[in-house]
Design a binder for this molecule. Structure first.
Ligand SMILES: NC(=O)c1ccc[n+]([C@@H]2O[C@H](COP(=O)([O-])OP(=O)(O)OC[C@H]3O[C@@H](n4cnc5c(N)ncnc54)[C@H](OP(=O)(O)O)[C@@H]3O)[C@@H](O)[C@H]2O)c1
Length: 195
């Protein structure tokens, strides 16, 4: 399984840091030349690989750490996503509520990624907390995972655990999906699970 992160801002960098901390290789791309990622790569080490967006799209698991409305730009880059997992780490800040209606944001994302399995996670912590070691107070920081596809959910749940978080799968219903459809305050942050 290989991984990439599209977006090298606050959330993309926080996630790259977690991959690096655990020695799991990850590609990172932004809208600019990969040379703009040199400082990040030198800080985090060479398991973090600077990529173009097209290179990032070749990963089995592509993490979207970009503004919500930018997801369509990425979705249209492949006509068919052929079973890839797309992790939606985005929140809908600034998106007018009437644009969302009663739809889950991840269902909206899925429509732009034809043939992909979309999983929502990593969106519920502020970037500064997302970047921190998830081991806290003799427990691990909780990370909720939601997907309509149970196989993709288990793959991502395993990744979330490998990154050091305590994953909790929310299943894939509309009701549980609403918990992670965040466009305002991050109400689920900093929950610690003790074994
Ligand atoms: N900040 C938080 O605490 C936080 C917490 C939870 C969830 N989120 C969500 O996470 C997402 C990213 O937030 P952020 O704070 O990391 O944003 P950010 O710091 O502004 O970074 C955004 C990144 O997205 C890239 N980008 C923008 N448009 C793109 C496009 N069309 N194609 C490819 N890449 C594009 C930018 O590329 P360039 O670097 O080339 O400009 C940049 O690297 C948002 O959906 C946000 O709601 C944020």
């Amino acid at each position: 399984m290989n991984y990439s992160i599209i977006g090298s801002g606050k959330v993309g960098t926080a996630l790259a840091r977690q991959f690096a901390r655990n020695g799991i290789p990850v590609g990172v791309a932004n809208t600019r030349d990969p040379i703009t990622l040199s400082a990040l790569v030198s800080e985090l080490g060479d398991t973090v690989i600077a990529q173009t967006i097209d290179q990032a799209l070749t990963a089995d698991v592509v993490i979207l750490a970009i503004p919500f409305n930018a997801h369509r730009d990425i979705g249209r880059k492949l006509a068919y996503w052929n079973g890839k997992i797309v992790i939606d780490a985005m929140n809908t800040y600034g998106v007018p509520p009437e644009e969302l209606g009663d739809q889950l944001s991840s269902d909206i994302v899925a429509r732009s990624f034809v043939g992909a399995n979309v999983v929502k996670t990593f969106n519920q912590l502020p970037a500064a907390l997302l970047a921190k070691d998830p081991a806290q107070d003799a427990g691990r920081r909780v990370m909720f995972v939601w997907s309509r596809d149970s196989e993709a959910a288990s793959t991502v749940t395993e990744l979330v655990g490998q990154l050091g978080f305590a994953p909790i799968s929310l299943g894939g219903t509309a009701e549980t999906g609403k918990l992670l459809g965040l466009g305002g305050p991050l109400i689920l942050q900093n929950i610690i699970k003790h074994q």
